[in-house]
Design a protein around this ligand. Structure first.
Ligand SMILES: Nc1ncnc2c1ncn2[C@@H]1O[C@H](COP(=O)(O)OP(=O)(O)OP(=O)(O)O)[C@@H](O)[C@H]1O
Ligand code: SF4
Ligand SMILES: [Mg+2]
Length: 338
């Protein structure tokens, strides 16, 4: 296995719970004991329903949040501990985030040229007289042509898909090692989503970028990703190569997601109901035991008493389940860099 571009170990993020849970000091365990690695030239999908902690993971990796506990390891160092301004800036240029709403991340009164020149100048990526050429090259890379024409436009003169391409071009300006894409197509028309997904595939292959692709949508995850992380109530409940996991899921929650995806109408309805009823409380001051126990058709006595470990039950495929990935079936799965 190739060396990790970025690795997280036992990552944890807690937020004070909102007023609905007052009475005693309560915390949402938004991210709890999360370990995985992102490898160069691969796309890792992070899936799970609303509120499961996906964006919090991406934000922790982008250093937009400080972790409550755990490590984020980049180039052999735990970046969560190195808070010097220089290293934070350097890290943020190499590990960048692509947001859901491209319009929100672009300045409406500045041209596209300005958005792309700025990072080139700030980070001194190219000589002054090469800036214009590099801006054109970036625009061509993300499929915005003719580049001279696009560079003169303002964000509102472009379509949503074109704006997301500009946002991606801006991240590429500083030659990132890792891109964290948080639902990058969910605000775009269905007809243009595929173009952005294909652009990510191209960048992974041509630039060896390690992607984290956060999504609700299993179909796009299957299309794009090499590996999958399935999150439920702050924890990774299953991980492995995506083809293998989707063909033969271990965790009952992954099976539920797959059945919802196969029946989109029922899936949306099921999700809405379950998110309201169960999910928020499953991650608020969670007691020992499996967080999925209230919804699980396979639950046995031990499930409500003992928190299941993430166990590699099949080669490369791990799940957090006493029944389908019992501790006796494999080894506790902690990513290795070898
Ligand atoms: N800044 C914050 N302050 C307090 N609680 C937060 C904060 N950010 C996230 N949370 C809580 O952490 C949990 C995980 O939220 P997160 O946004 O990571 O979920 P998500 O999987 O990205 O959901 P969605 O699919 O809706 O984007 C939720 O219970 C959320 O309310
Ligand atoms: S540990 Fe128990 S409750 Fe949790 S998913 Fe497995 S069988 Fe279901
Ligand atoms: Mg989110």
């Amino acid at each position: 296995m190739s060396e990790a571009a970025l690795e997280v170990r036992h990552l944890e993020k807690r937020f004070a719970a909102d007023a609905r849970f007052v009475g005693r000091r309560s915390y949402v365990h938004a991210v709890d004991d999360v370990s995985f690695m992102l490898r160069p030239g691969t796309i890792t999908a992070l899936v799970g329903e609303s509120g499961s902690g996906k964006s919090t993971v991406a934000r922790l990796l982008a250093r937009l949040y400080a972790p409550t506990a755990g490590s984020v390891i980049y180039r052999g160092k735990d970046v969560a501990r190195d808070k010097s301004r220089r290293s934070v800036l350097r890290y943020r240029s190499q590990v960048q985030m692509i947001f859901q709403d491209p319009f929100g991340s672009l300045n409406p009164v500045k041209t596209i040229r300005h958005h792309l020149e700025r990072p080139l100048r700030i980070h001194g990526i190219v000589e002054r007289d090469e800036v214009e050429d590099r801006v054109h090259e970036l625009l061509r890379t993300v499929g915005l042509v003719p580049p001279g024409h696009v560079a003169d436009k303002y964000p509102h003169e472009l379509s949503g898909g074109q704006r997301q391409r500009v946002a991606i071009a801006r991240t590429l300006a500083v030659e990132p090692v890792v891109l964290l894409a948080d639902e990058p197509t969910s605000m775009l028309d269905v007809s243009i989503r595929i173009g952005i997904l294909n652009l990510m595939l191209k960048l992974k292959e041509e630039r060896d970028i390690a992607f984290l692709y956060v999504t609700h949508d299993l179909a796009s995850a299957r299309y794009l990703a090499d590996d999958i992380l399935v999150m439920y109530a702050g924890q990774i409940v299953e991980q492995g190569p995506i083809e293998q996991v989707l063909a033969d899921p271990l965790h009952p929650y992954t099976k539920l997601l797959l059945s919802a995806a196969a029946d989109p109408e029922a899936g949306v309805e099921t999700k809405r109901i379950e998110v309201r009823k169960g999910l928020a409380s499953a991650a608020v001051d969670p007691p020992d035991g499996c967080r999925f126990v209230g919804r699980c058709p396979l639950a046995i006595d031990v499930c409500s008493r003992v928190t299941p470990a993430l166990v590699e039950a099949h080669p490369g495929q791990a799940a957090r389940c006493h029944v389908t990935a019992p501790a006796s079936a494999g080894i506790a799965a902690v990513p290795s860099t070898s």
